[in-house]
Design a protein around this ligand. Structure first.
Ligand code: SF4
Length: 418
């Protein structure tokens, strides 16, 4: 790699020094324990202790980190391999690296950033739902969905979470019902994909940000995870889908990154009035504003937006709704593709799953108006397949009173955005 040499600057053990140090000598806590003179406090790129997480760092950053620890540049490349190929979980597992380097990393507060698997549930169709226990004991769900296509090749989709819970409280969603506690950090998103690869013992081919949480409310970490999944884990951008129910001003922001990934917008209703009853946060982001942002997204990126529509029996699954949806999409020049998702029943829900006949009629009404529609196969019904369902089973009161009030204020701040 020709660029390899250029990314590494002068070896200094910057990564272990305090931000406040200036022109002083410090003793490095390693078996080699050299005394190093540090000329300036330019440690801006060293994250504070507590957030020194290796997972999520690029090869270039890892090379620089190695150099900062007085190591050769190629050690960074080895670190990269250990994180993303070997999938090492602890610094002790970095057996390729010198003992002293491992010691220095640990002493400086660096961690890999992997969490333990708390529970794995496998459905009859092979879908695997995994609960991951985060460092603050909160549980998140991630789902691995294996699919064999017509030509017999195997795809493996990872449906990843972006938040612990969700503050948007869509009325049909188990995650929304379970409350919200916090955004996931980038490594907590990335590790979901690695865990699925470990469990299935083959590579994830597709990633959909359709698990717990609203990705656009955690856009910074989602974009960082996206970069890593694309560049480091090597999943093609076109194989990644970011889904949103709509958060004001974020579609524009995403468009500015000009990703080659798919944006999936969850409409769930063909008009504002009905949508507000299903998606409470829709009050702050009128349907027309979403459609305009989708159109601008297409103009900016050249990527067509796909639309998600959860079919709820007797609520939004009538032929008249399909006709109105087709008119809405054509009105904005966006009448291309709709994914229909027959509602997956959740406990205590007011909604019912539509009959197959109604689903097929809805799809046919769209198709006859030149809107292509696919009906999403419900995977893993016996594994509490609806998003958030399994987490709710195992973490009945995950969100303390404080969390709940945080959730309330988050909800309100979302309503007031934009
Ligand atoms: S559907 Fe998505 S945005 Fe709505 S509450 Fe569930 S996780 Fe949140």
């Amino acid at each position: 790699m020709a660029l390899l040499q250029h990314v590494c600057s002068i070896p200094l053990v910057r990564a272990v020094r305090s931000r406040s140090l200036s022109n002083i000598s410090i003793s490095i806590p390693s078996s080699r324990a050299p005394i190093v003179s540090i000329p300036s406090p330019s440690s801006a790129r060293v994250p504070p202790v507590g957030s020194r997480v290796l997972l999520g760092m690029s090869e270039k950053e890892l090379q620089q980190l190695a150099v900062d620890f007085g190591q050769q540049c190629y050690r960074g490349k080895q670190l990269h391999h250990l994180l993303y190929k070997t999938k090492a979980k602890e610094i002790e597992d970095f057996s390729h690296l010198p003992k002293a380097f491992r010691y220095d990393l640990k002493e400086a507060g660096w961690i890999v950033g992997r969490s333990p698997v708390y529970r794995v549930v496998t459905a009859a169709d092979g879908t695997v739902k995994i609960l991951i226990k985060l460092e603050d004991n909160r549980l998140i769900e991630t789902v691995g969905i294996p699919v064999e296509d017509d030509k017999g090749s195997q795809r493996l989709t990872a449906c990843v979470s972006s938040q612990v819970g969700c503050p948007l409280r869509c009325s049909f969603c188990a995650t929304g019902q379970g409350g919200y506690s916090r955004n996931l950090k980038r490594h907590e998103i990335i590790e979901q994909v690695l865990i699925i690869e470990e469990l299935f013992k083959y590579r994830v081919t597709n990633v959909v940000f359709m698990g717990m949480g609203e990705p656009m409310l955690n856009l910074k970490a989602v974009l960082e995870a996206h970069r890593c999944l694309n560049k480091d884990v090597q999943i093609g951008q076109r194989m990644i889908t970011i889904s949103t129910v709509g958060v004001p001003n974020t579609i524009k922001k995403l468009a500015s990154h000009k990703l080659q990934s798919t944006l999936a917008v969850s409409l769930h209703a063909p008009n504002q009035k009905l949508r507000e009853t299903i998606v409470p946060s829709a009050k702050s982001y009128p349907l027309n504003a979403i459609m305009k942002d989708c159109k601008d997204y297409f103009l900016e990126t050249g990527r067509r937006v796909s639309f998600e529509y959860a079919l709820l029996a007797g609520v939004n699954d009538g032929k008249e709704h399909a006709v109105e949806l087709a008119e809405l999409l054509h009105g904005w020049g966006l009448g291309h593709h709709v994914n229909l998702i027959p509602f997956n029943p959740i406990k205590d829900s007011e909604y019912r799953r539509p009959y197959k006949k109604a689903v097929l009629a809805f799809a046919a009404a769209l198709e006859s108006r030149k809107v292509t529609a696919s009906i999403r196969q419900t995977r893993g019904l016996d594994a509490s397949a609806a998003c958030g369902q399994l987490r709710n089973e195992f973490q009945k009161s995950p969100l303390s009173a404080l969390d709940e009030s945080e959730s309330e204020s988050k909800s309100q701040s979302i309503v007031s955005v934009g």
